[in-house]
Every structure is written in C-alpha cells, then in structure tokens.
Design a binder for this molecule. Structure first.
Ligand SMILES: [Fe+2]
Ligand SMILES: [Fe+2]
Length: 194
C-alpha cells in the first residue's frame, strides 16, 4: 500500500537503536514539522476548499503527536532542544518543481512519501523496541504507524481531487524513484529521516 521502492534494511535499525534519545527528540521535531506542513498547504492553497478541513484535522492530529512525543521525552528525562536534521527531507524536496501547479502536486506527493517512509521505519522501530523490553515505547510507535499510513493515503487522495489521477500516479512513481535514490545516499547520522 505504501509502494516504497527502497526497503529499509537491518543496518538502519542497528544504527538508530543505540541512539534512542536522539531518535525520540527527532520524533518530536518531525511531528511539529508535519503539523506546520499541513498548515502551510492550507494558507498557500486557499482556493482549494476541499483541502481545508482535512488538512486542519491533520494538523491537529500531528500537534497531538507532538505533545505525546514531548511527554515521552519528559518521562525519560530528555530535554527538548534544537537538533541537526538528517539530510533526507531536504534532498527529497529538491525534486519539487518551482512553477505552479507542479509545485503544489510535488509538495503533496513528497508529503505523502514522507508519511509512508515514517510509517515503514516506525514499524521496524516498534518491532526492534519490543525485542529490547521497551514495550511501552513500542506501543507508542505502533499507534503512530497507523496514523502515518492514513496520512499517506490522505495526501494521495487529496492530490487526486486537485489533479488528474493518472498524472498523480505518474508523478508519484517518479518521486518514489527519487526517494529510493536519496536513501541510497544516507549518512551515518542516527535519524528516522536519513
Ligand atoms: Fe504524526
Ligand atoms: Fe503524519
């Protein structure tokens, strides 16, 4: 259903599990960024009324995830602070066209792909954490996995209300190829998005 073209291998889990504090901090930042992304769409594309209510709901849900992530940090004594992001998002978004309406479609599909990748990796993380006796944290990630899969579907569905479905499918395929290429150039930084 997620249609990702690069399956995350065990090396990624081995890289991030020992850096759990950093990963949890990243999680909080990612949730806030996801909320901000949804709000940006709402402001930038006011003329697309069909986007407004679903993206408002999405932004609210992402902010709830942000607050839940902050609570996890607090419970583990990890201070919320600035963090160097992984290179993934910037490299992925480099494929976006500058001129409208291509820009809008690309932004929606990049958001969809980011949700899908988060979903895939959080599932791996949840399984890895269960094996380490971190059952509560694993359950937290499993709840997020369900949401991320739904968010992926939402962005693709909304794109198809604004653009020709065949065009959406064709461009999504190109962006998925690009995303697989981005991940083949991952750095050593322990991040969900790297
Ligand atoms: Fe989220
Ligand atoms: Fe999400």
């Amino acid at each position: 259903m997620l249609r990702l073209k690069h399956a995350t291998g065990p090396a990624w889990l081995a890289k991030v599990l020992p850096a759990l504090d950093e990963l949890l901090l990243e999680q909080a930042h990612l949730e806030k960024k996801a909320a901000s992304g949804a709000l940006t769409f709402m402001f930038r594309y006011v003329e697309h009324e069909a986007l407004q209510a679903p993206l408002s709901e999405l932004a609210r849900e992402e902010l709830e995830h942000f607050e839940q992530s902050l609570a996890v940090l607090r419970a583990r004594g990890i201070p919320f602070r600035r963090q160097r992001p992984g290179p993934y998002a910037e490299r992925l978004l480099a494929i976006q066209r500058v001129a409208e309406p291509g820009r809008m479609l690309d932004q929606m599909l990049c958001a969809a792909v980011i949700e899908a990748r988060s979903c895939e990796r959080m599932k791996l993380l949840a399984d890895g954490l269960s094996g380490q006796g971190e059952d509560e944290l694993a359950a937290f990630y499993r709840r997020l996995v369900v949401s991320e899969a739904r968010h992926h579907g939402l962005y693709v569905r909304l794109a198809k209300t604004c653009f020709e479905p065949a065009e959406v499918e064709r461009r999504l395929d190109e962006i998925l190829d690009h995303e697989a290429d981005v991940l083949s150039r991952a750095t050593a930084l322990p991040r969900l998005h790297n």
